[in-house]
Ligand binder design. Structure first.
Ligand SMILES: [Zn+2]
Ligand SMILES: [Zn+2]
Length: 63
């Protein structure tokens, strides 16, 4: 069932679209993210990465 989760500190979820209402949450007042998982682990949520992608270094086989 489709629901909406906060990707911030509070980890809150809602059955309706909206914004995080948890005071002090890093995502307070920011829109909740759509999720459609069935197990409550919110694996369907698209987490916005705070850290930039680390470019993987090329592996050279110099044995
Ligand atoms: Zn929150
Ligand atoms: Zn979910």
């Amino acid at each position: 069932m489709l629901h909406y989760v906060c990707t911030g500190d509070c980890g809150g979820e809602s059955q309706r679209v909206g914004v995080c209402e948890s005071e002090g949450c890093s995502k307070e007042a920011q829109p909740l993210t759509e999720c459609n998982c069935d197990d409550g682990f919110h694996k369907g949520v698209v987490t916005i990465a705070d850290e930039p992608d680390i470019e993987s270094m090329d592996d050279h086989d110099n044995i």
